[in-house]
Design a protein around this ligand. Sequence first.
Ligand SMILES: [Zn+2]
Length: 514
Amino acid sequence: MKSKLLFLSAATAMMMASCAGGDNNGGNANGTATSAKSPKYIFYFIGDGMSTPQINMAEKAVSEEGFLEFFNQKTAGKYNLQPGKLNVRQFTAAGLANTHAQNRFITCSAAAATALATGNKTDINRVSVTPDASAPYRTIAEMAHDKGMKVGIITSVSIDHATPSCFYAHCADRNEYARIDSFLLKTNFEYFGGGFVRWNTKQHKGLYDYLDQINAAGYKFVNSRKDFDALKAGDSKVIATIERTSSDTASLPDDASLPYNMDLCIQKSENDQIVLSEFLSKAVELLYNDDKGFFIMTEGGKIDWTDHANDAVSNVYETIGLDRALGVALDFYAKHPDETLIVLTGDHECGGLTLGFAGTGYESAFNYMKNQQITAYSFSDSVRAYMKNKASFDFILKKIDEYFALGNEEKGLKLSDYEIDRLKKAYNVHKDFVKNNKIMIPIEEYKLYYGSYEPITVTVTHILDNKSGVDWASFAHTALPVPVFAIGVGADNFNGYYDNTDIPKKIMQLADLK
Ligand SMILES: [Zn+2]
């Protein structure tokens, strides 16, 4: 594993997505609730599993000495993060939205995205259909497209995942991937970028079969850095993803998503990786037109995944990844301030992240975060392999020191007897209850400790996160309201406290979308 860790310099930076010099007028000058102008260029950003704790944690981590260098190194120089505030600070209007689903207080990504894409509440797992799944809800992306706007759908997870699919598909269950994928090809939307379709051998006939369908639908499929860079203004109906080694029968790695930002430097072809902000830059380049404009939805999908795993450091990385994509939109806004609207929100909070911990009281120590070398997901894979080879507890402790510096006294991360006991317990739980790489934890207490995750890894991130002064209450979503930020034409409309269904309604009203 260690030999795969390539510490690249920031010199390989592929793009600049740093602070835009946008003005701060944010819509109409008199500050009234309506704007005479209609936005022609609309950017809609969704941080999956992102509420205020995730944003504030990223801001705090970035401000720590040495974090920038650490971030740029781990992300293989892809973002060229510079000192200064995150882009999210440039928004001029802010609101707060409730997220509940029709049939549950704590929502899921599909019900939440249905609300954000259509302005309607629905039941858990529904994809832009009514709660009883009997009728479709029209989406803001469909409205924009019918109006003549070019439409782009971008995500760091698969393009048929819950959030993106709610902008173009209509079905009863978010897990109907093959159905969602056929909706995708019928949209005629100009651009899909990010992960590929989520592979499901039970539903899909075969990968090459789907590639044939892509061709038949008139889409251009691009899955290499070279072909991606060659895309140019005027290219229309594009599905752009990253290069993968896959066969007709093999499943695509990590649910067909983009790599975690934190793990970019351990990817095989780190120089060829295309990151979220680049997928957005390309969308702007391809979809820009002076006629009817464009509507682009960009999702940071893996913020949620790192929340679920209770992995704070990787969470910071994913949040910054979305923030860098915001920079692309803010740069565009700086050039077209009278015609552009940018809205950022989250679909729900996840993990019950809080910026405090009982064991550290009023103290925080975010500087510890830069000791984590890989995501919890990657570390879990390694732990499973070690444990399969009957690794001793001492060997596991050595690996925890290597990848998280836990146990390293010089770095201030000495493990207490209590923490070592917690790790030992997790080690024993893994030995007893992980069979064939599946976690079979029958004991209530253990479910509370580890959820459905690899016990040693969860304990490691919990200890590091707690030492840093942050804590997690859950391995699932929570009902914490989400922030809504806006800048540009009509931004003032997004001030206040409202429901998540109001967010697309405000955009529809401003842009005259029906
Ligand atoms: Zn979600």
